[in-house]
Structure formats: C-alpha cells, structure tokens
Design a protein around this ligand. Structure first.
Ligand code: NI
Length: 173
C-alpha cells in the first residue's frame, strides 16, 4: 500500500470526465487499497480516482454517520445514481481544495447508487444522510464537478483552518 499524492484545485485532471473501468484485475484492488490509505492519511471521508490523477470512474468512501451511529465503507467502480429523493443542505469540503469549505450546499437526502465492486461484481447501495452526501460528492468528481460549482453565492465559500471545519461540521451534526 502507498499514500498517493492528492491533486489540488487548478489541476485540469479534476475537471475532466473519468473513463469507465473495464478491467477488474488485482491491480485494481491495489489501487483501491492505496486510495483508502491516501484518504485516511489526509483525514478525509472520501476520495475519487481523479484526485490522485487517474481518470477512472472509481471512488472510495469511509465514514461514521454520527446521527445513526453507522459505519460505512465502500469502494465503487462505474457508479450511477439510480434514484434520488429529498434534499439536505449543509457544509461541504474537499481534499483537493484544502483550507476552504462551502456552506448552504444542497444535495439529495437519499440516493440509490449502483456500480461494481473491485472484482467487477454488480453492487447497489441505498444511502441517506452523510453517507448519501459523500456518495454524491465523490460521484461528481468523476464528471469533473466540484462542490464549489454547487454554491449559490460566492459568499458561501469560506476560508478555514482545518480545526474550524471540524468544529463547524460537528455543530451541524
Ligand atoms: Ni472532493
């Protein structure tokens, strides 16, 4: 396993459409392991392949939903949102945009997502709350979309030290 370098805002790879994964071999499992390790090292809840410079439709998410007490961990290739319902509004941040966060970001409250696991087996996940939020954030990365594109006002982009982001996120939960 290895911690990869996270690509930052301004790198064109973050704005490109990632390509569908066709080959599910052991190197994909190794890549997923690296992505989890990189995400954990950066203290993030999700990481998409373009964020380590790879234009592949692949992301990982691992988080605790403090509202439900549930732990969620998933690696998904070729994800598609099958359905979405409701709305939630809150803070968003991205490992590729360190030192900033967005407020009043709106996303669906519940989503059903399908895709493939690391072996190519079909998978389907129903998510709500923070888990649904993270799935939508990461899936957006695969189409070159960042949370800053979803802000309704430039004032909704805030500068913060990391500790402040964590405090505010804690306050909202
Ligand atoms: Ni992100």
């Amino acid at each position: 396993m290895a911690v990869r370098e996270i690509v930052l805002l301004g790198d064109p790879v973050l704005r490109q459409k990632a390509k569908k994964i066709h080959r599910f071999d052991p190197s994909l499992q190794k890549l997923v392991n690296d992505m989890f390790e990189t995400m954990h090292a950066a203290d993030g809840a999700g990481l998409a392949a373009p964020q380590i410079g790879l234009l592949l439709r692949l992301f990982v998410v691992e988080l605790d939903d403090e509202e439900t007490g549930k732990h969620h961990k998933i690696a998904i290739a070729n994800p598609e949102i099958v359905s979405e319902e409701g709305e939630q509004c809150g803070l968003d941040g991205c490992l590729s945009i360190p030192g900033y966060y967005g407020v009043n970001v709106r996303r669906a409250a519940r989503v059903v997502m399908k895709g493939q696991d690391v072996r190519g087996k079909p998978l389907r996940v129903s998510a709500d709350g923070y888990f649904a939020w993270a799935l939508q954030h990461e899936r957006d990365h695969l189409d070159g979309i960042l949370y800053i594109d979803l802000l309704e006002s430039p004032d909704d982009l805030r500068v913060a030290r990391r500790e402040e982001i964590e405090e505010e996120a804690g306050a909202i939960e």
